[in-house]
Write a protein that binds this ligand. Structure first.
Ligand code: NAD
Length: 289
């Protein structure tokens, strides 16, 4: 068990709410912080939905553990109050550099000296944030995958300034909250998962865009020949097509052509992926939950 007891999660959106709930579910006292009381009311709804999902997904069939988790969650829209006794702050605010830098600047001033700051940022480099924290040796990355209770990786990555003891604490903490800790030895944009996944998904889109084969046949060869449960287009449907579109549209000329293909053939037709009922595949209501 790590030395962490009290955890504060900044941002209660898609990932922040999952991280806060999973941490409370694992027995920690958790404060959920967001910028207004109205948003915190929405967070309560997200937590109730997560509690129901944990039950149906078999993590807590009789509801006692999720009930206890809800009891360990508290809420605050006041940053100083939210972190007053935090051993660890996990930051899951929007993926916008200025918002993150400003958040760390404020946080560094109000958090106790003991507090470790961990960022869940997917694409912004940790080294662009560390100097805003006022404590780069206690600043680290802890990266989760969406649906943390199911896809439970905890990638742990420091910067050149991170204290090795802080790194070890976070590896231990990731395990304590039910993640499989994945230590990364040095700073890598995209972490491990996205360093693998983004080129893989781009290669698949290139094949379909280039007219070499149909998406379902590209998925088929990948599944059958490697034993993987899902092909790249099934994964893209789960992620949602606007994310690969946003990545490609900011790329080179070829990537922009792929983005235009995605837009014309899928996005403009409302085929946004699993959540919208159709992407590269069609889905029934029961598959969308
Ligand atoms: P989101 O937009 O769903 O949620 C962001 C939350 O932060 C909102 O509740 C918002 O009110 C709040 N917020 C806005 N400004 C804030 C501020 N100044 N201080 C505190 N909170 C503020 O975003 P998300 O998808 O949960 O992503 C959050 C972080 O997690 C990003 O860094 C993202 O890269 C990372 N991440 C997301 C995923 C994913 O699949 N969505 C996966 C891994 C990592």
């Amino acid at each position: 068990m790590s030395t962490i007891k009290n955890v504060t999660v900044l941002g209660t959106g898609v990932l922040g709410s999952q991280i806060a709930f999973q941490t409370a579910f694992s027995g920690f006292e958790v404060t959920a912080y967001d910028i207004s009381d109205e948003i915190l009311e929405k967070a309560k709804e997200r937590f109730a939905t997560l509690a129901a999902t944990y039950k149906t997904d078999g993590l807590d069939p009789d509801g006692t553990k999720t009930e206890a988790a809800l009891g360990r969650l508290s809420y605050s829209a006041d940053l100083a109050e939210a972190v007053a006794d935090a051993d660890l702050v996990i930051e899951a605010v929007p993926e916008v550099l200025e918002i993150k830098q400003e958040t760390y600047e404020k946080l560094g001033k109000v958090a106790p000296e003991k507090t470790i700051f961990a960022s869940n940022s997917s694409t912004l480099p940790l080294s662009a944030l560390k100097d805003f924290t006022g404590r780069p040796e206690r600043f680290i990355g802890l990266h989760f995958a969406n649906q943390v209770w199911k896809f439970n990786t905890g990638e742990v990555m420091g910067t050149t300034d991170t204290d090795p003891a802080v790194f070890d604490t976070l590896v231990e903490f990731a395990g304590d909250i039910g993640m499989v800790p994945i230590p990364i030895h040095k700073e890598k944009p995209g972490w491990l998962l996205n360093s693998l996944l983004v080129p893989f998904l781009s290669a698949a889109q290139d094949l379909a865009f280039g007219g070499y084969a149909e998406p379902e046949d590209i998925d088929k060869v990948w599944r059958i020949a490697t034993g993987a449960p899902k092909g790249p287009f099934q994964i893209l449907d789960i992620i949602g097509l606007t994310t690969p579109y946003n990545i490609s549209v900011h790329g080179d000329e070829h990537a922009q052509q792929v983005a235009a293909w995605l837009k014309e053939n899928y996005i403009d037709k409302g085929k946004l992926g699993l959540a919208s009922g159709e992407g590269f595949y069609k889905y029934g209501a029961d598959e969308r939950a």
